[in-house]
Ligand binder design. Structure first.
Ligand SMILES: [Zn+2]
Length: 56
């Protein structure tokens, strides 16, 4: 296992590089509610609780 990493909320993570620790849950706060948008043909998932962003 790699060392536990800090999550930087100003960074948009790529789910291919940073798969969900628990599928469908935010890695940062474990919230399961997301706001979705599409940017440049990429699906962006933003946590409604802490704002962590991931491209799917
Ligand atoms: Zn979150």
């Amino acid at each position: 296992m790699e060392t536990k990493q800090e999550i930087d909320l100003s960074v948009i993570y790529n789910i291919r590089e940073y798969p969900d620790i628990k599928s469908g849950r935010c890695d940062h706060c474990r919230n399961a509610h997301f706001k979705s948008s599409i940017k440049n043909m990429v699906f962006l998932r933003e946590c409604r609780h802490c704002g962590m962003m991931k491209t799917i």
